[in-house]
Design a protein around this ligand. Structure first.
Ligand code: AMP
Length: 508
């Protein structure tokens, strides 16, 4: 099945329902949305001469046109490569070359910039809403192309927290399973419900769009196309039944925002993509009510591997409520999840493995990485976690981030949770520093005004002595990638250099 079939169906059966909205104004009904996709697809396959399976990149900030383009690519039987528009043009050029993109749709800010790095395979850069784009919208509409379930639909470049990004090959089958699991486990959706894209459509937020097309919901974008708490508050105020995806840092900013908004209009705020400190989750719930769900997933098996449902998050009287908030919930309906070597044995940690219809076909052009990652049908996520007796999964860390000090594993996240409980710590990341005696010693980098001695006292109060950082380093901010994820690899490198230069420049 072609993912565009849901749009074709909506275009006929719910022609007049609003489909795409910007700043509260309907820019396309379902019939217009489907027609735009059919016309753009016609131009892609006709005058622009693309053939089934060709890769077409999208390098643009969020806008209603983003979805016109994404669906047009599927409608034409092509594969979409949504690229994070915040990357450097050279990084975008690398992705375009790696996937052999034939054509790129680009926002008006990005077109000239990526032109300078365009690989030879790229025949055309179409500026979204530019003259060529508008001519394409005059092409004769065509019916959606026929696709096999395993045809490539979305080449999802990982955010590259280590080394070069890899292209996870997601098929139409993957996207369909993901969307149905979203509707059953994360956020049941009705016609007219709205998904606000305040996070990049090139990543998780864009993946949720499909579930909303399946259920005849509305996909909405902010005026800026990005995330500003004031803007999100305005969107909530004018949109009953609003859902959105927000990374933990975004939730923190919403919670701290001084304005008022009618929280009853919020259907669901979904957090995920990075760990959320339990205290921050509780502050958010206190401010906005139990209108949250958490997902844990990765580009290789989007978007959900496990889900902490709205019902779990609302179940405040449950004696295990806090513990549950610190977990990532239970396996979603489309997959099996187990811990390497131990299956589902409670309390035993190991690498998290996933099998099911959301698991990618492999990495684009990288059979070696594919063979290392998918073994005997199980995706090796590189994340370490443990199930409890009720089947709730707690994530420890990325396996490569685990610190081995004196032969004992220390999970940075556990130490970070403790340090974040200090009111004057804004962000923190705990890493291992090579140590001749211990193998690795534990170092905490943090931003905020807290004194190292206060942090040390907090650790002594709450965790085993061997997990206590040997050094605390205060910094202005921690290194992050374009999705706001802290880059431990860069931090380790920073630490290595600082340590080599001055021997010791930490505050103990
Ligand atoms: P990406 O493929 O860029 O979405 O990154 C996926 C990675 O983010 C996962 O492998 C996890 O390490 C991390 N991650 C995703 N969701 C969560 C979550 N709910 N809690 C903690 N870490 C998460």
């Amino acid at each position: 099945m072609n993912m565009a079939a849901w749009l074709a169906r909506a275009g006929r059966a719910r022609a007049d329902l609003p489909a795409l909205v910007r700043e509260g104004t309907v820019v396309a009904t379902y019939s217009r949305f489907a027609e735009n996709a059919a016309r753009l697809a016609s131009a892609l396959r006709g005058p622009l001469g693309l053939a089934p399976g060709d890769r077409v990149a999208i390098v643009a900030k969020n806008s209603p046109h983003y979805l016109d383009v994404l669906y047009a690519i599927w409608w034409a039987g092509l594969a979409a490569v949504p690229v994070n528009a915040k990357l450097h043009a050279a990084e975008i050029g690398w992705i375009l070359e790696n996937c052999g993109a034939r054509l790129a749709f680009a926002g008006s800010g990005q077109d000239a910039e990526i032109g300078a790095y365009a690989p030879d395979t790229l025949r055309e850069i179409v500026t979204i809403d530019g003259p060529l784009y508008r001519r394409m919208l005059e092409a004769e509409p065509v019916p959606p192309a026929t696709c096999a379930p395993d045809d490539l639909a979305w080449l999802f470049y990982t955010s590259g927290t280590t080394g070069r990004p890899k292209g996870a090959m997601l098929s139409h089958r993957n996207l369909m399973a993901m969307s149905l699991a979203y509707l059953s486990d994360v956020d049941p959706t009705s016609p007219g419900d709205t998904l606000l894209h305040a996070a990049p459509m090139s990543h998780g937020s864009g993946l949720y769009a499909m579930a909303h097309v399946a259920r005849f919901g509305v996909n909405a974008v902010t005026a800026s196309g990005g995330f500003e708490p004031a803007e999100v508050f305005d969107e909530i105020a004018r949109t009953p039944g609003l859902s959105m995806f927000a990374a933990p840092t975004m939730i923190k900013r919403l919670t701290d925002h001084p304005g008022e908004t009618p929280v009853g209009n919020i259907r669901t705020i979904i957090w995920g993509g990075a760990p959320m400190h339990v205290a921050d989750a509780i502050r958010a719930i206190d401010r906005f009510g139990p209108r949250f769900a958490q997902i844990y997933g990765q580009g290789e098996t989007p978007m959900t591997t496990t889900v902490l449902s709205k019902a779990d998050i609302a179940d405040r009287d449950n004696p295990r409520w806090r513990e549950r908030l610190g977990s990532a919930g239970i396996a979603n309906s489309a997959v099996e999840v187990r811990i390497d070597g131990v299956g589902g044995a409670p309390g035993v940690s190991g690498e998290i493995l996933v099998r099911g219809d959301t698991v990618m076909r492999g990495y684009w052009g990288n059979p070696q990485a594919t063979a290392e990652t998918i073994r005997e049908g199980w995706l090796h996520t590189g994340d370490v976690g443990a199930f409890d007796a009720d089947g709730y999964l707690t994530l420890m860390d990325r396996s490569k981030d685990v610190i081995i000090s004196g032969g004992t594993n220390v999970y940075p996240r556990e130490v970070e949770e403790v340090l974040l409980a200090h009111p004057q710590v804004h962000e923190v990341s705990v890493i291992g520093r090579p140590d001749p005696e211990w193998g690795e010693s534990i170092v905490a980098y943090y931003a905020g005004d807290a004194e190292p001695s206060a942090l040390d006292a907090l650790c002594l109060e709450r965790i085993a002595r061997f997990k206590r950082p040997k050094a605390y380093v205060r910094v202005e901010a921690l290194p992050k990638n374009n999705y706001g994820k802290i880059l431990k690899t860069d931090l380790r490198e920073m630490d290595r250099r600082a340590h080599a230069d001055s021997g010791e420049e930490t505050q103990q």
